[in-house]
Write a protein that binds this ligand. Structure first.
Ligand SMILES: [Zn+2]
Length: 463
C-alpha cells in the first residue's frame, strides 16, 4: 500500500473514532505480575479499555469495528517516560562539550527567559510527535508555560503528568510566587482533564534552585490537592555539596527531614546516594527515575540502579530533555540503561536484566506516576494504551522459542522506536503503519524550526 493510500485510509478511520478494536495473532508481552508472554494472542478493546486478553485459539466471534492483524508483531503496553522536559526539545544538539552548569548558564537560562507560551506549544508538539513515533504513550513533564504544554498534550492524544518547574534561586527565570501560582493554576485547570489523560503534580525543581520554603510550600499544596511531586534529586555532586554546605546533610536526608519524600514523589536522577540515602528512599517509598543517556552525556555519574532494584525500590526510567539526551526514544534508553549498569557493576548483565528494563518503563513508571491501576500492562480492565512492534526485521532475527525466549532481549537490545508500527492511547489509534493521525508531522517539524529561530533571536543567542 502506498503512503498516500495509507494516509487516505487512515484519515477515514480517525474521522470516525472506533469504539471496538480487535488485535489478533500478536505476540503479547503482557508485563503482568508473572511477565506472561502469549505467543499467538489477541486483545479486544472497547471504548478506552482492554476487555479481553487471551490466546488466539480461545477467540470467539469477531464483532469488532476494526480487526488488526498482529502477525509478526509484539504487542506491548505503551512505554512511559518518568521524566521529560518537552519545552527543551527545541534545544536538541546544543551545548556540546559543556558541563551541566555551563550548559544552563550559556543556553538554558537565556532560552527559558525568552520562551513564550506558543513556543512551548511548538516544542511540546514536536516532543509528542517524537514520542508517538517511538511508542511512548505517557510521560511525566516539567517546565514553564505548562498551560501550553497541556494544550499540546491534549491535542496529540497522549497521556501525561504535568508540573511547573518551581524555582526561586537568584539565577532562575521565575520566582517563588510566580511558579507557585502557575503550578496551582495548572492543577486547578488541567488535573483530570482531556478525558482523564492529563494529571498534574507540583514541581519544586532541585535542592539548588528551590529553597526550603518553596519545597515545603509545594508539599503542602500537593497534599491539599491530592497530587504528587516531581523533583530532581542528587543529579550532580554539586547538589550534594550544596545541601551539605548549607544544611549539614546530604540531599535525600535533607528532603526526608522536611517531609517532602513519599510514594507520590518522582525523583529524577538519584545519582549520588550513600547507603543511608537509598534506605531512606526505600522507607519513604519514593520513586527514583533513572535517566541513563542524560547522565552519561553530561558525565554526572551512574545511579546505583542495581542496588536500588535489589532493595525493592520502585525505580523508573526517563528520557529527560532532548538538550542532554538528544533522542527521545525509550527503546534506546532501556539499552543504554542496561549497558551502563554493566559497566558500573563490572559484570555482564550487571543489575538490570532486559525484563527489568522493560518493567522500569512500563509497570514501574505507571506506579511512580500514580497510574499503577490503569496503565503499564496488558491486562483486562486497564486502559487501552498499547503499541505494536515489528518483529520481522533483520535486526530482530532470529526470534527463538523454547525454555527461554530471546523476545524481550531483542526488544530491549535490538529494537529502536522506529520499529513501532501502531500506537493506541485511551482506545484511540494515534499511529498506524507509522502514519500519525493526531498531528501533521511535516507542519510540526517545520514549526519547531521556525520557533527556535524566533526564540534564539529574542534571547540574543547565536547557534
Ligand atoms: Zn530533568
Amino acid at each position: 500500500m502506498s503512503v498516500n493510500h495509507r494516509r487516505a485510509w487512515f484519515s477515514l478511520v480517525v474521522e470516525d473514532p472506533l469504539s471496538n478494536i480487535l488485535i489478533k495473532d500478536a505476540t503479547i508481552v503482557t508485563m503482568n505480575r508473572e511477565d506472561r508472554v502469549i505467543r499467538r494472542g489477541y486483545v479486544r478493546i472497547e471504548e478506552d479499555r482492554i476487555v479481553e486478553v487471551g490466546r488466539a485459539s480461545g477467540l470467539k466471534g469477531g464483532g469488532a469495528e476494526l480487526v488488526l492483524d498482529g502477525k509478526g508483531q509484539a504487542l506491548l503496553p505503551g512505554l512511559i517516560s518518568g521524566h521529560t522536559h518537552s519545552g527543551l526539545t527545541l534545544l536538541r544538539g546544543f551545548g556540546e562539550g559543556l558541563d551541566p552548569d555551563k550548559l544552563w548558564e550559556t543556553w538554558l537560562w537565556p532560552y527559558e527567559r525568552s520562551l513564550r507560551g506558543k513556543d512551548s506549544y511548538a516544542s511540546a508538539q514536536l516532543t509528542c510527535l517524537e514520542l508517538i513515533k517511538s511508542g511512548v504513550t505517557c510521560f511525566a513533564d516539567m517546565h514553564f508555560n505548562m498551560e501550553s504544554v497541556a494544550q499540546a498534550v491534549r491535542d496529540s492524544g497522549l497521556r501525561a503528568s504535568l508540573s511547573v518547574a518551581m524555582m526561586d534561586s537568584e539565577a532562575a527565570p521565575t520566582t517563588a510566587d510566580r511558579s507557585t501560582r502557575e503550578n496551582e493554576e495548572l492543577v486547578r485547570r488541567w488535573h483530570g482533564k482531556a478525558e482523564g489523560r492529563i494529571s498534574c503534580m507540583f514541581g519544586p525543581c532541585t535542592v539548588r534552585t528551590a529553597s526550603r520554603e518553596l519545597f515545603l510550600k509545594a508539599r503542602e499544596m500537593a497534599d491539599r490537592y491530592g497530587v504528587g511531586l516531581h523533583i530532581h534529586l542528587s543529579e550532580t555532586s554539586r547538589d550534594v555539596q550544596h545541601t551539605v554546605g548549607r544544611y549539614g546533610v546530604r540531599p535525600v536526608k535533607y528532603l526526608h527531614s522536611l517531609g517532602i519524600l513519599g510514594d507520590d514523589v518522582l525523583a529524577a536522577h538519584c545519582v549520588h546516594l550513600d547507603r543511608e540515602e537509598t534506605e531512606l528512599l526505600k522507607q519513604s517509598r519514593t520513586n527514583p527515575i533513572h535517566n541513563p543517556s542524560c547522565n552519561a552525556k553530561t558525565g554526572v555519574g551512574m545511579a546505583p540502579v542495581a542496588e536500588m532494584l535489589a532493595k525493592g525500590i520502585n525505580v523508573g526510567l526517563g528520557l529527560d530533555a532532548a538538550v542532554c539526551n538528544d533522542s527521545l526514544d525509550m527503546f534506546r534508553e532501556m539499552k543504554v540503561g542496561c549497558l551502563l549498569q554493566s559497566v558500573a557493576e563490572g559484570r555482564s548483565y550487571g543489575g538490570i536484566l532486559a525484563t527489568e528494563a522493560l518493567r522500569m518503563c512500563t509497570v514501574n513508571n505507571a506506579l511512580a506516576l500514580g497510574f499503577g491501576d490503569s496503565i503499564g500492562s496488558v491486562e483486562v480492565g486497564k486502559k487501552a494504551d498499547l503499541i505494536l512492534v515489528d518483529l520481522v526485521q533483520p535486526h530482530m532475527t532470529p526470534l527463538v522459542w523454547g525454555q527461554t525466549s530471546n523476545l524481550v532481549s531483542n526488544l530491549v537490545y535490538s529494537a529502536t522506536g522506529r520499529d513501532v508500527t501502531t500506537v493506541i492511547v485511551d482506545g484511540t489509534m494515534l499511529m498506524r503503519e507509522r502514519i500519525v493521525s493526531s498531528l501533521d508531522e511535516r507542519a510540526v517539524v517545520e514549526k519547531a524550526g521556525e520557533t527556535l529561530e524566533r526564540v534564539l533571536s529574542r534571547a540574543g543567542l547565536k547557534p
